[in-house]
Design a protein around this ligand. Structure first.
Ligand code: HEC
Ligand code: HEC
Length: 353
């Protein structure tokens, strides 16, 4: 703090007597305290009184599929399947192959590099399978479209060297992402980063403030809403899932999502985003750019899946997500409560990317 306030081009080591009263050169103030201004001292004292609390991981943001019921798996249709916006068709087997990204609408994006469309056997799964050929991602993973190349590369390397983890273990999407990153070569990471950097980020998420939500079960690493009209209280959660679960399972890139959030979340999140920090110095756009659309090497956070934003904020705070420039976010989340994270996630997800 002291060095930040000091002259930029001044001497590195300050004259020890520069703060002493010239009239009493033998002042009894200990030399260690002398260079600290009263303000700096007060700030230090105040911040050491304020507790840094890590609440339990919000389970709703890390939905984990229940184990399949015992006995033989139920018969499921094998296709081929079609969707209204495409002339192509895919079988269930093709839709479950992590080494060939189903590409319903090739006309929507430039040609994919091999690593994005097919990955590399046996461990590098096709990025486009989970993050989609358009890079818009799905709530259980992350949107990659438009991410700065340097940031993208640093994140894959953080997964690779084990510095970026999840606060909640045992979720298949993250396990597969990690296995993929561990097997990747630098040139492959760069090729994927350059492809996704050229794509325009889009949002397919609708934020709905409500106290009552359709009953939901966990499936596909997110929420599947019951179609039969049964309701339950939302409480302090965000429930995010596809409007049409069948379309989601077919990996249609135009699948729409609903995220139910508690009443008032969006307005609260907006206020927090604009004023974060003791003197608002950590307001989100100062680093994430106007409209939170990203700036230089800092990623855009507008219009992303609210549960994926929530996981990132909590993972920074818990220390599960390190690597890259995570130290910049450490100071942002230091005093952030889970309820602040929820509101920020709801607000940011409601914006246009
Ligand atoms: C099995 C699904 C899956 C596959 C395949 C996959 N990823 Fe991921 N990816 C994920 C998940 C899950 C996350 C992290 C979500 C979280 O932290 O909540 C992620 C996160 C990322 C991120 C961080 C984005 C950010 O802004 O935080 C990058 C970059 C990334 N993946 C790149 C790749 C690349 C490159 C490939 C292909 C070589 C790939 N992924 C393949 C599931 C996958
Ligand atoms: C001092 C600069 C700074 C401020 C202020 C800041 N951020 Fe960040 N943020 C970063 C950087 C840098 C990263 C990339 C971290 C990394 O490399 O892991 C980041 C990453 C993130 C991510 C993860 C994005 C992804 O792609 O996974 C989220 C979410 C986020 N910030 C939310 C916020 C919110 C919400 C605020 C305001 C309350 C905020 N940030 C304020 C610098 C900042």
């Amino acid at each position: 703090m002291i060095t930040q306030n000091g002259p930029r081009n001044g001497p590195l080591i300050r004259d020890r007597n520069s703060f002493a009263n010239p009239a009493s050169p033998d002042s009894i103030v200990p030399t260690v305290i002398r260079p600290l201004s009263l303000v700096a001292l007060l700030t230090l004292l105040l911040s050491s009184c304020r507790p840094v609390v890590l609440e339990p991981a919000p389970a709703w943001a890390y939905p984990t599929n229940p184990p399949p019921p015992p006995g033989p798996a139920a018969e499921v249709p094998q296709g081929p399947f079609q969707i209204p916006s495409s002339k192509l068709s895919f079988t269930r087997k093709e839709l479950s192959n992590l080494f060939a990204a189903p590409d319903w609408r090739p006309e929507d994006h430039p040609p994919m590099p091999e690593i994005v469309s097919h990955g590399r056997q046996p461990e590098v799964r096709a990025c486009g399978y989970c993050h989609l050929p358009t890079g818009n991602g799905r709530p259980e993973n992350a949107r990659l479209a438009g991410l700065p190349v340097e940031y993208f590369v640093a994140q894959v390397k953080a997964f690779r060297d084990g510095t970026r983890k999840s606060s909640v273990d045992g979720r298949a999407p993250v396990i597969n992402m990690t296995k993929t990153a561990v097997a990747m070569q630098d040139a492959e990471i760069l090729a994927a980063a350059q492809y996704y950097a050229t794509l325009r980020p889009q949002s397919f998420i609708r934020i709905v403030e409500t106290a009552q939500v359709p009953k939901a079960e966990i499936a596909g690493w997110l929420y599947k809403f019951s179609p039969n009209g049964a309701q339950e209280p939302l409480g302090e959660r965000i429930l995010e899932g596809p409007e049409d679960f069948v379309q989601f399972e077919l990996r249609d890139p135009n699948t729409k999502y609903i995220a139910y959030v508690p009443p008032g979340s969006v307005a609260l999140g907006k206020r927090l985003a604009q004023t974060w920090g003791d003197s608002q110095e950590l307001e989100c756009s100062s680093c994430h750019g106007p409209g939170y659309k990203g700036k230089d090497e800092v990623p855009g956070i507008a219009g992303r899946s609210p549960t994926s934003i929530m996981r990132q904020l909590y993972d920074f705070k818990s220390g599960a997500r390190r690597g890259g420039k995570s130290s910049e976010m450490d100071k942002v989340v230091k005093y952030m409560k889970n309820s602040d994270m929820l509101a920020l996630s709801a607000y940011l997800a409601s914006l246009t990317p």
